[in-house]
Design a protein around this ligand. Structure first.
Ligand code: 4F9
Length: 236
């Protein structure tokens, strides 16, 4: 997967991409990440990227020209992989695991990180295929959401995770939250690991874990629970 990330703050990504699973995916040649500062696509002396919005609202907007030029350059760079352009913004559809799965099937993605009050709508209309939000809260820009998206997608690329950390049993893979989990010691601060997990009876353990996952999801995430029930009914 080729990621090209268009941002005013490329330095924010350094630590996130230079450790752990993303670093390993890059080292294995499964993922390639290029950071592009779209300020480099300005042509005035002050390298201006923002301007006041029409309509008189307070705050500043990203002006269209530097962004459209940067997107054009990335598109040309990735031309043989038909890149999708994704903008990270609070106006986007909320990221789900299913969306990450569908994006992981693309060959390349251009991620545009908004700043200030957002970007000129004409850039979105003309060049952006998909607007994605990572949740209903205001952030200072699209950089952290872009890191979240790269992480969620990279984990799903075949060969990135080893068997031991395989994505197959993660939370959400079956639409449920993960059940509670325990490691050694058997007793920690007077609390015992649930007896069933020590039984060695894999079928009963699986049943218990499923019950726990269902209980947790029902109590905590009625939205996920409703989807899960719907899917059970369709499948049966
Ligand atoms: C982007 C919030 C994606 C949530 C970008 C301010 C944002 C955001 N998900 N908020 N700029």
């Amino acid at each position: 997967m080729f990621f090209e990330i268009l941002t005013l703050f490329p330095g924010m990504f350094d630590g996130v991409f230079s450790d752990s699973i993303i670093k390993r995916a890059i080292d294995k040649g499964l993922v390639s990440i290029r950071l592009i500062n779209f300020r480099d696509f300005t042509e005035d002396k002050h390298r201006t990227v923002d301007d006041a919005p029409y309509g008189g609202d307070p705050g500043m907007l990203l002006m269209p020209e530097p962004l459209s030029k940067a997107i054009g350059a990335s598109r040309a760079h990735l031309a043989d992989t038909s890149p999708k352009v994704v903008c990270l913004s609070a106006q986007g559809e909320t990221l789900t695991h299913a969306m990450a799965e569908s994006l992981a099937r693309e060959r390349s993605l251009i991620l545009v990180c908004g700043r200030y009050k957002g970007m000129d709508q004409r850039v979105i209309d003309k060049y952006v295929d998909r607007e994605i939000s990572v949740g209903d809260y205001v952030l200072s820009g699209g950089e952290i959401p872009a890191m979240i998206l790269v992480d969620a997608i990279t984990r799903l690329i075949p060969g990135v995770l080893g068997n031991r950390e395989s994505a197959g049993r993660d939370s959400f893979f079956n639409g449920l939250l993960s059940p509670p989990q325990y490691t050694r010691p058997e007793v920690f601060e007077d609390i015992r690991v649930p007896e069933i997990l020590l039984s060695g009876h894999h079928e009963n353990i699986g049943k218990w874990q499923k019950e726990q996952a269902e209980k947790l999801t029902r109590e905590r995430r009625p939205d996920l629970w409703e989807e899960y029930i719907k899917k059970l009914k369709v499948d049966s």
